[in-house]
Design a protein around this ligand. Sequence first.
Ligand code: PIR
Ligand code: CA
Length: 315
Amino acid sequence: MTRRIILDCDPGHDDAMAILLARGTPEVELAAITTVAGNHTLDLTTLNARRVCTLAGITDVPLAAGCSAPLVRPLVTATEIHGTTGLQGHTWAEPTVHVISEHAVDLIIELVMAAPGEITLVPTGPLTNIAMALRREPRIADRVREVVLMGGSYTRGNVTPAAEFNVYVDPEAAAAVFTAGWPLTMIGLDVTHMANATAEVLARIAALGTGLAAAVVGMLGFYRDRQLHEFGTASPHVHDPCAVARVARPEFVSCKEARVEVELAGEFTRGMTVTDFRMRAAVTPNAMVGTSIDDGAFWDLFVAAIGRIPTRADA
Ligand code: PIR
Ligand code: CA
């Protein structure tokens, strides 16, 4: 059965890959794409989402812009990874896909309330829009099918030794999302650090021979060079499509039940996702936590998805 998702993202190279994986995978259907500030400011994440939708011919999915700043704290971006002018690595045409006038938070509430038990939320950026939607319409907690987010980690961070970027940027929002009492799966760095775009993966995508494939190789090449420069990793971690893969093909990602708390007060641990796998009577689980991904199966899924999206000559 096709799973209808709202992809709430901050493109960002790997967010772009999440949009493309969702578009090209028959097991999932994009009900909406919403944007949030994170990797860049909201104007750039929204422009980038419009660019990706234009490139991939995604003209039949509502695209809405959301929150421009975290709930409490000033915005922190990740331009050192994604480049200063947005989604670098490809020369973008002027996008012809536009945002709708509705705010992302309103669109999320509207779609979830209209289809009880149907919509899966897939956040791949800071959780500001999702927390705002919960605050404004708490009943969405009972109406979503589930939340499958890219964020957090139980072994290490990336933006700090303790914290993963998406949770670090808006930890108050993440805390609200983790404690909302809805079915939630955390696909954190522990999983996504296994999904690396190796030279072999790039060659397979390039071999598809389409304009879209060339754009993907360009973007992933830029992203690889930045991660090499910043972290010394030869093959970049492609985080966000792992959450889409978990929705499309749950058997590709192993998960364990746990209690996750978001650190809000620590001096060195802001945004850490403190994950308790000890299933004791006093511990109430609030999440399924991803522990590994079948990276071979994941990249097969990704390459097939890129191959399925028709190329637009003018994009
Ligand atoms: C932030 C990201 C990726 C790499 C770094 N170094 C920083 C973004 C990705 O878009 C992903 O959603 C998440 N944040 C990974 O931490
Ligand atoms: Ca992201």
